[in-house]
Write a protein that binds this ligand. Sequence first.
Ligand code: SF4
Ligand code: SF4
Length: 180
Amino acid sequence: MAKIKKTIKTIKVDADRCNGCRGCEIICSAYHAEPKYSSINPAKSRIQVITHRLKDIWLPVFAGEYTPAECMGRDKYIIDGKEYDECTFCRATCPSRDLFKDPDSGLPLKCDMCEGEDEPMCVKWCLNDVLTYEEREIEVDEEEEASLEDMEIGLESLADKFGLDKVQDAVARLSQQKKS
Ligand code: SF4
Ligand code: SF4
């Protein structure tokens, strides 16, 4: 099977350097406002700083994939003596919490790495060097990559036609049917 190069984009988080200034949330929400930079609302940011002042926890987390169902179990982490609440490190937009949902529409938010920029905006704006952008290339099967792209284009056109809400409802229903 033919191989092609694919670029993997990563943001490394050095959480110990974060002071909770929320500059990353501000610039992310402004950058993704319609029109661009027309408003600021950290609740619409695709990076959220999970904060627990008493435990000295400031943890930037990026919005990941939408999931129609919450986990069956939860994880607790203790790192350097600090206990992190359940779901702290999870990037999913899931029914069990309001994180990474647009407060106006309720639609899921997902980090897009500021597609089109040379460097993600939150990385540029973090003055404490918490966030570091990295790129690397990997080889993938051309056919598998093409079918994934086809699926994304198909989903996007369905969302354009019927609205994202209806497509998500349909996926959630299908997922329940498959499980039962
Ligand atoms: S801009 Fe940097 S220091 Fe400020 S909250 Fe975000 S990650 Fe933390
Ligand atoms: S990379 Fe861009 S979209 Fe992702 S959290 Fe940072 S500013 Fe937001």
